[in-house]
Design a protein around this ligand. Structure first.
Ligand code: CYC
Length: 169
């Protein structure tokens, strides 16, 4: 698990080079966005249970077949597992936001997830849609709290969705 600074240093150390102007501007961007990223993470943390609940109801109203007999989120146990997964996605998104780096997602969330989902019949496309809804609701919350540039919230959700959607290699 790394943050933006350790990732950068690691990649320069690997080739034995001093930090160049590109590295310096990436470092500056990381520190300049720091306050906003931490604020955003705090807002999402403070609203986590509402965000997960809302994202779940929106997902199930868009795709009601998920919670009908035969759907993967049918039965209270699986319904709860689905919302718990959404909560995992949101919690790890807050970690990645603070770190300014997606490696925590790769290591703790995404590794082996597609295989687990495939073996349990958890459908990927609706999961990706759920994460997208979670992202939109998160951005709205962050905007409502007065953070102007909500694009910084995108990174973790986009990362998870890109990795989940990837075709088998
Ligand atoms: C922190 C990292 C982490 C992740 C991400 C994680 C996911 C995860 N989700 C699971 C199950 C599940 N995940 C879902 C999720 C859904 N079904 C749907 O139809 C929806 C599209 C979707 C919700 C958006 C469901 C329903 C199950 C239970 C499947 C079953 O047991 O049949 C399982 C199987 C074991 C279990 O039930 O706990 C894992 C490991 N576990 C972890 O430790």
């Amino acid at each position: 698990m790394r943050d933006a600074v350790t990732t950068l240093i690691q990649s320069y150390d690997l080739v034995g080079r001093y930090l160049d102007s590109d590295a310096i501007s990436r470092l500056q961007a990381y520190y300049q966005s720091g306050t906003a990223r931490i604020q955003a993470a705090a807002i999402l943390t403070g609203n986590a249970s509402d965000l997960v609940k809302q994202a779940g109801s929106q997902l199930f109203s868009e795709l009601p077949e998920l919670i009908r007999p035969g759907g993967n989120a049918y039965t209270t146990r699986r319904y709860a597992a689905c919302l718990r997964d959404m909560d995992y996605y949101l919690r790890y998104a807050t970690y990645a936001l603070v770190a300014g780096d997606p490696s925590v997602l790769d290591e703790r969330v995404l590794q082996g997830l597609r295989e687990t989902y495939n073996s349990l019949g958890v459908p990927i496309a609706p999961t990706v849609r759920g994460i997208e809804i979670l992202k939109q609701l998160s951005k709205e919350k962050v905007a409502a709290a007065g953070i102007e540039d909500t694009s910084l919230v995108d990174m973790p959700f986009d990362r998870m969705n890109r990795e989940l959607s990837e075709k088998d290699v």
